[in-house]
Unconditional design. Structure first.
Length: 395
């Protein structure tokens, strides 16, 4: 008997496979900070390098956005980005073979990698999110496959691989991602940026709810860069083996899944504004725990689970929230400015974060990160009135 599979089911399976394998491979490519720490980079060095990479990342997003417009294809652009990641990121450990213990070559190679690595995640998610919207697929369920396989990869593969080898293995493992992307459906309308009529940016930035959200996002992402960029240094300070870093990433990824799977039901009962507020609250709990209460590996895993829950909520709500509060004829620009805000925050977070960590130590550093999340919470609560007013005007 012939089994009929609908086009919607085919696309859902394809998008789930693409998301799952992409994030499975991404887990293998998360060890740049740990590698640099092992070869002699201080927290300040890494902060400066990451800030430089964030500056390059802003320009890279604009460049690849213009390129995507000229080709009218998100899919084509993502394939080129994946190829660039495969080539340049794989070179990282071989630099040491050529230049020994010199640090300066990484200030050249890492920014080149960023030209491809920073935009690729945005284009990857854009390809899936837009296809899910156009085909009415469940994005939360599809994206949860990515979180699950990220955790599987981090737990069962990367812990068995020396850090130096993760770079070229990551490059090889991108080949199936490139093939899946090649045979993906290109979203209708193609590129990420508007074509044709002029975008009413004045109307967008007169939208107080949107402007307040950008301010919240800036503070939130500064805290997020504080939290994430220097974890190996914190682990070393409190006496936790940094080789367990991959297991920490795996646990956090697994805790992203519950909210992603429940996102459709949660959105039926609560507003996006209420849901998105949960993210910085949970991340604040993690940072306070790191600062005051963690004295063992088990304790670190316990508080890291709060970050995973918060990140899952943010993944499932943030882009949809921007879509909801922005004007109909400026939604693409609203998403672009949101992405740029995260990159600008990354510059400040990395420059100041490494310096603060070296000055005050890991425990006090995470209390500073908690303070940033609290400030972002206050800002987002204040934006609630603007959000309700914007919805009332739209109605």
């Amino acid at each position: 008997m012939k089994i009929y599979i609908s086009e919607e089911s085919k696309q859902s399976l394809h998008m789930a496979a693409l998301s799952g394998i992409y994030w499975f491979v991404a887990a293998i490519g998360c060890y740049q900070t740990l590698f640099l720490q092992n070869i002699g980079f201080t927290a300040t060095n890494i902060g400066i390098l990451n800030a430089l990479c964030s500056v390059i990342g802003i320009g890279a997003m604009s460049f690849w956005g213009i390129y995507a417009d000229s080709k009218n294809s998100v899919r084509h652009t993502e394939i080129l980005l994946l190829i660039g990641c495969m080539v340049f990121y794989s070179l990282m450990p071989f630099v040491r073979n050529v230049f020994g213990n010199a640090l300066w070559p990484y200030f050249i190679l890492c920014p080149i990698c960023v030209l491809f690595r920073n935009p690729v995640g945005t284009f990857h998610e854009n390809l899936i999110v837009r296809n899910c919207n156009e085909l009415r697929l469940n994005y939360g369920r599809i994206r949860s496959i990515g979180s699950i396989l990220f955790a599987v990869s981090a737990t069962f593969l990367v812990v068995l691989i020396p850090v130096e080898n993760t770079f070229w293995i990551y490059g090889l493992c991108l080949i199936p991602v490139i093939l899946l992307t090649r045979f993906s459906r290109d979203p209708q309308g193609g590129s990420m940026r508007r074509k044709g009529n002029k975008v009413p940016l004045g109307e967008l930035f007169q939208n107080r709810a949107y402007v307040m959200f950008l301010i919240f996002a800036f503070l939130f992402y500064v805290g997020l860069n504080f939290e994430g960029a220097f974890i190996p240094f914190y682990m070393a300070e409190v006496g936790i083996d940094t080789s367990k870093f991959s297991l920490l990433l795996a646990l956090r990824a697994m805790f992203e899944v519950p909210f992603l799977l429940l996102m459709v039901k949660l959105r039926h009962r609560f507003s996006l504004h209420s849901l998105i507020l949960i993210s910085p609250i949970l991340m604040t709990i993690e940072c306070v725990g790191f600062s005051l209460l963690v004295h063992s590996w088990a304790g670190m895993l316990f508080f890291a689970s709060f970050f995973g829950l918060g990140n899952g909520m943010f993944i499932g709500t943030s882009l949809n929230y921007v879509y909801e509060i922005s004007p109909d004829d400026a939604k693409a620009s609203a998403q672009a400015f949101f992405a740029s805000t995260s990159q600008i925050a990354a510059i400040l977070g990395n420059i100041t974060g490494g310096w603060i960590l070296d000055m005050v130590g890991g425990r006090m550093f995470y209390m500073v990160a908690a303070g940033l999340f609290v400030i972002s919470i206050v800002m987002f609560v204040l934006s609630g009135h603007s959000h309700r007013k914007a919805k009332a005007q739209a109605a």
